[in-house]
Design a protein around this ligand. Structure first.
Ligand code: SAH
Length: 354
């Protein structure tokens, strides 16, 4: 049995069955056994690949989007260019490379990264060696300045709780217990859940809904900062408007695996509820939720892809064309992934989200 399984067994024996959120938090971020705390999980040789790792074009489009927003907002000085969960630092590096020639942008900004994983902080430090970077554990410790922030595949890694609609206005929470020497799903007794009162009208007995408290509090914090100091936030993730159904999943070596069998060894995620993010951002103007493919097309990814293709041939050209398709096509990441922006109240959404 792994050390993390031993630890979970002992915790369940002491406190009773875990919520899915407790389990996710232990598996992903346990200080010595957690999935993110012990490895760099990205890339072909790892467990999953993200948009910035697929092509430089992704970060170029995001860079131009953020820089254009900064220009439209009157080019404020002393801004934060921030990223939540920056992985290998590839997206931030592409953002900075593609905005180098924009007058005054680099001299106005300071780079701030919010990252929990030490191995990934080291990767980010390598990728961004030519820049001055400050790391944080939480958004709450960011300086009080205009905030231009991006988060790609960050919110899907935050711990969720799952509830199944029971009789009347009650819900059973999904729990994880220990039985016959393995982790097993179970349900607690039905009870009324105040934060799910708004879901009684659109669910029926047996439906599952997911709540991500961490996503709500992080979005509230970002929205408070953007409405007080200015800036913009771009959230890009897989998910949809209003959670319904079980989206809790584990990925290992690019394949789905059962989420309870290898704690700490597989990536655990859930779809992002963009309605919940939108509601948490009350003080800001929140854009419509746009599919990633539409967003990237509006920002000009196809002309950019054609231009880059002029210098490519053979397998490099084939993989460049495949990368463009993967990012934008509705049957690949183009539709599953969505984009949402926050701007100060009354200010236009960033390009691609108007
Ligand atoms: N944005 C990157 C990586 C996505 S993987 C990309 O698109 O390639 C998720 C990232 O979020 C990792 O960097 C992980 O270490 C970080 N992360 C996960 N949970 C976190 C938390 N609670 N606080 C800070 N960072 C977290």
């Amino acid at each position: 049995m792994s050390d993390l399984s031993q630890h979970l067994k002992a915790r369940i024996a002491a406190d009773g069955p875990l919520t899915v959120a407790d389990y996710m938090a232990e598996c992903l971020l346990h200080p010595t056994q957690g999935y993110y705390t012990t490895r760099d999980p990205l890339g072909e040789a790892g467990d999953f690949t993200t948009s910035p790792e697929i092509s430089q074009m992704f970060g170029e489009m995001i860079g131009l989007c953020l820089a254009q927003t900064w220009m439209s907002q009157g080019e404020p000085d002393q801004i934060l260019l921030a990223e939540l969960g920056p992985g290998r630092g590839t997206l931030m590096n592409d953002i900075l490379r593609s905005t180098k020639s924009i007058d005054g942008f680099h001299s106005a900004l300071k780079i701030h990264l919010i990252e929990a994983s030490e191995p990934l902080r080291a990767r980010q430090a390598d990728a961004l060696a030519e820049y001055d970077v400050t790391w944080h554990r939480q958004v709450t410790s960011l300086p009080d300045r205009p905030l231009y922030l991006v988060a790609n595949e960050f919110f899907d890694a935050l711990p969720i709780r799952q509830f199944i609609r029971s009789k009347g206005a009650t819900w059973c929470e999904r729990r994880i217990g220990w039985q016959d020497e393995t982790l097993r799903f179970g349900l607690n007794d039905p009870q009324e859940i105040e934060s799910l009162a708004g879901r009684l009208a659109d669910t029926k007995t047996g439906d599952m809904v997911e709540i991500c408290a961490a996503a709500t509090s992080i979005t509230q914090e970002i929205a408070t900062r953007i409405s007080a100091y200015g800036g913009a936030a771009l959230f890009i993730d897989y998910g949809d408007w209003r959670s319904l159904g079980d989206t809790f999943q584990a990925i290992s070596a690019h394949e789905k695996v059962p989420p309870l069998t290898t704690p700490g060894q597989a990536d655990l995620t859930a779809h992002v509820d963009f309605e919940a993010l939108s509601e948490a951002a009350k003080g800001c103007t929140v854009s419509k939720m746009i599919p990633q493919g539409v967003f990237l097309e509006r920002l000009g990814i196809t002309p950019r892809a054609r231009k880059l293709a002029l210098n490519l041939a053979g397998p490099a050209l084939t993989s460049h064309v495949a990368a463009h398709r993967r990012l934008t096509h509705p049957k690949e990441m183009g539709n599953l992934f969505k984009v949402l922006s926050l701007t100060p109240r009354g200010q236009a959404a960033p390009p691609g989200l108007e």
